[in-house]
Every structure is written in structure tokens, then in C-alpha cells.
Design a protein around this ligand. Structure first.
Ligand code: SF4
Ligand code: SF4
Length: 298
């Protein structure tokens, strides 16, 4: 049977990167679609990218906030913050599981057979620091004489940018390799480290570093779509934890900040009907077969 999530993830990768003429143009697509933010992390400068990365757009907004406001232009900020608020308000962190190309890649790499390890939970807090410092504060306050800042996360950290833009563009335009220096090699080291970690741990970038996931996670407890836990049916067997791509112990509470709403626990793990979801707090769906409930609770 076709796994619907895998199918949507695959389609999303191609929709976000549909500009297949790049081997001939040897440059990035800059048509009208590029002004539209995709919901997941997908580098704007990837030669095949058809849309804009919301994280890059957010940094561009903060980096140019002074000149923009001087010119009376607020459009970019309203658009990006509105898009993130709308997506997060509706489904929380769900885009990470269903449409983010970089998240999909991590799940595929993790399938490589190896001894698996768990990421210490406290490291989940790092991404909020990255969000505050590299996406908001540094672009906002460290500016040149004209008042422009820089996209700090894109420039100094983003492994998706290195993989999807830095390396392919250097291949398409060999003269760019002459510009490689400490900055590029530093970012390459971050990418390689994360690629290795992806083999051994579940979604390390999403859980530790991703500022976009950090933004969406803020909506998990208040979004229209929410997960539901039925403690009276839960036997704490731990099956949800073993199969969760984010290493979440669902039985400790639904809608934890790292839950990406992949529905793996609901669809494939929990056979006790202890997991469901709700839309706007009503119409809870999928609590599981009643006879199992009675068997467990009785
Ligand atoms: S798989 Fe279901 S029954 Fe088992 S711990 Fe998770 S929620 Fe509880
Ligand atoms: S808790 Fe369930 S829905 Fe959330 S990320 Fe884990 S498996 Fe997916």
C-alpha cells in the first residue's frame, strides 16, 4: 500500500524544486513564483527552487527593516509573518513532516542501517536560541552604514543552503569555487556533521537547529489541528516513542513542541486507540476501535 505521507513528501520535493532547466541556464530561477514562500525549508538559491524559503525571507525582512521602514514599505514583513502565522495557526509543525524537503531527506538518510542513538532532550532548546540570535537579533541590529543587516542563519549555518545552493552552483559556475574560503568550509563542516548525525539519530537538524521548526512549534498547543491523547486507553507500551521520527514519548503528552504531526503514532504505532486528533478542539477523530478500549480499560 502506498504511504500517503511519503507520496506527499516526494511530490513536495519536486514542486519546491521544479525548475529543471537549470543545467542549461546555469543559474537560479527568478520568475514570478519566486515571490511565494514555500512552507518548508528549501533554499531560495537552489538552482531548481521555484519558491522562496520562509526563513530566508524572514531574515531579509529583519535585515532590511530600517531602509524598508524609511521607504514606508512593510509588505515583506507582513507577508512572511502572515504566512508563518497562518500555516502555524492552522496545523502547527505539520509542514516539517509532510512538505519540508530537508526533513524528508533526514528521514531517508536515517534508514541507512546503523546503531541508532537518542539526542539528549535539552538540546531541543538550542533551536530557539538560533531563531532569536541568527534569524532575528543579529540581522536586525548588526547593520552596515546604510542600515542593512545580513541573513545570518543563511550565511553562517544553513545546511540546506550549502547542499542545495552552495555546492550545485559551484558545479554549474566553476568560477565560484575561487570564492571558497573559511566561511564556505565552515558551513560544509556543519553539513557533513549533520549528514553523519542523520544516519545515527532521528531528524537531528529539526530537533536541535531548525529555526523554522522552532517557529511552527510555538503553535502546536493552540493550532486548529491538534493531536489528542486518551490516557485511559494508554498502556504506556512505548511503541509510539520507538516509531516516532522525532523521538517523542507521546504518552507524556500530546502536542509537545517537537511533534511534527506526521501521524505515524496514530496510523502505525498505537494499537490501543490511545491517539487521535482534533480540529479546533471539536470532532475528535480516530480514537481507535471501541472493543480495544473496553479490553484495555476493562
Ligand atoms: S503506543 Fe499508544 S498505548 Fe503505547 S504508549 Fe503510545 S499512546 Fe500509549
Ligand atoms: S508524536 Fe506522533 S505525530 Fe508527533 S512526531 Fe511523533 S509520531 Fe509523529
Amino acid at each position: 500500500m502506498v504511504d500517503i505521507r511519503r507520496l506527499i513528501q516526494t511530490v513536495s520535493v519536486f514542486l519546491c524544486n521544479a525548475w529543471m532547466l537549470f543545467p542549461f541556464t546555469k543559474n537560479i530561477y527568478q520568475g514570478k513564483l519566486k515571490s511565494v514562500c514555500v512552507p518548508g525549508l528549501n533554499c531560495y538559491s537552489c538552482p531548481a527552487a521555484t519558491g522562496a524559503c520562509p526563513l530566508g525571507s524572514l531574515q531579509t525582512f529583519f535585515a532590511g527593516i530600517r531602509p524598508s521602514f524609511r521607504a514606508g514599505s512593510y509588505h515583506l514583513g507582513l507577508y512572511v509573518i502572515g504566512t508563518l502565522g497562518l500555516v502555524g495557526g492552522l496545523v502547527g509543525r505539520m509542514p516539517c513532516a509532510w512538505v519540508c524537503p530537508f526533513g524528508f531527506m533526514q528521514e531517508l538518510i536515517h534508514k541507512i542501517p546503523s546503531r541508532k542513538m537518542e539526542i539528549p532532550r535539552f538540546l531541543s532548546w538550542v533551536k530557539y536560541g538560533v531563531l532569536v540570535l541568527f534569524v532575528i537579533l543579529f540581522p536586525l541590529v548588526i547593520v552596515d552604514v546604510f542600515g542593512y543587516g545580513e541573513n545570518w542563519f543563511c550565511k553562517y549555518i544553513c545546511p540546506a543552503g550549502t547542499l542545495e545552493a552552495g555546492l550545485p552552483l559551484a558545479f554549474l559556475q566553476p568560477h565560484l569555487r575561487e570564492l571558497w574560503g573559511a566561511l564556505f568550509y565552515g558551513k560544509l563542516a556543519i553539513l557533513v556533521l549533520l549528514l553523519v548525525l542523520m544516519v545515527y539519530t532521528r531528524r537531528p537538524f529539526c530537533r536541535v537547529l531548525c529555526p523554522l521548526g522552532a517557529i511552527y512549534s510555538l503553535f502546536n498547543k493552540v493550532s486548529v489541528f491538534r493531536m489528542v491523547h486518551y490516557p485511559d486507553r494508554c498502556v504506556r507500551c512505548g511503541e509510539c516513542y520507538r516509531n516516532c521520527p522525532m523521538g517523542i514519548k507521546f504518552y507524556e503528552g500530546a502536542n509537545q513542541s517537537d511533534c511534527i504531526r506526521c501521524l505515524q503514532c496514530l496510523r502505525k504505532s498505537c494499537t490501543y486507540g490511545a491517539i487521535g486528533f482534533s480540529i479546533n478542539g471539536v470532532g475528535t477523530i480516530g480514537p481507535g476501535p471501541k472493543e480495544k478500549t473496553e479490553a484495555v480499560s476493562g
